[in-house]
Design a protein around this ligand. Structure first.
Ligand code: PLP
Length: 218
């Protein structure tokens, strides 16, 4: 048993109260862990690593909606485009161009979120507000992809006020761009999803609270 069913049900209920979709982040967890949640009816899963997602995609049911949430190198986009339902982590215009080109080769559309940099850390990827506005103005040149919203990660801190402030920054920009086709805000993880739901989240990405702590040394 990998899944903490009680926690999962509780988080799912909180998301439903805000009309948000819960993405179960299954990175580093085996296919069996995903199947436990799948058998409870869950279909939205998040993965960070290209090779890991490719392998899981091949093994697992095809009605799973895969959300790619990790940093994507442009030369790996061709592996993810045919598989992903939504790519949350578009952190450069060059990556968007590549996704657009790769999408033209496969018979499907990919939804993308632009990742905004909001944290006070040097380690996280993302675009700033000005860069996002530039991309939004040029949307027409990326006609194969649907840019459906924004994604962001708050600073790694216990300071709930700071986290809320960071989420407000991305939510403000999101609200100013909001439309029928630009309506997804991907914020919130195990430690801060409640703050994210209070600040407009429509996609919550929760891993360890559902599957337990990750072990990266395997
Ligand atoms: C790993 C990861 C998550 C999930 O993190 P938890 O703290 O385990 O909930 C969410 N979003 C991104 C971008 C991640 O890399």
């Amino acid at each position: 048993m990998y899944v903490n069913v009680e926690q999962y049900e509780s988080i799912k209920k909180q998301c439903a109260a805000f009309n948000a979709t819960l993405i179960a982040v299954s990175k580093t967890k085996p296919a069996g862990a995903i199947m436990e949640l799948y058998d409870l009816g869950h279909r939205d899963f998040g993965e960070n690593y290209v090779q890991e997602l490719v392998e899981k995609y091949e093994q697992l049911p095809k009605d799973i909606r895969w959300h790619f949430i990790g940093h994507l190198q442009t030369n790996k986009a061709k592996l993810i485009v045919p598989i992903a339902h939504t790519i949350h982590s578009v952190d450069s215009e060059k990556l968007l161009q590549t996704i657009n080109k790769e999408t033209a080769k496969v018979n499907k559309q990919v939804s993308c979120l632009l990742q905004m940099y909001i944290a006070q850390e040097e380690t996280k990827y993302g675009l700033d507000e000005a860069e996002i506005l530039v991309v939004m103005q040029k949307q027409g040149s990326y006609s194969n992809v649907k840019i459906v919203g924004l994604m962001a990660m708050a600073s790694f801190t216990d300071n709930k006020h700071q986290i809320a402030q960071e989420f407000k920054v991305v939510n403000n920009l999101f609200q100013s761009l909001n439309s029928e086709h630009f309506n997804q805000l991907s914020i919130g993880m195990s430690s801060d999803y409640e703050i994210a739901l209070q600040n407009g989240s429509t996609f919550v990405r929760v891993g360890s609270s559902i599957f337990g702590a990750r072990n990266y040394n395997k």
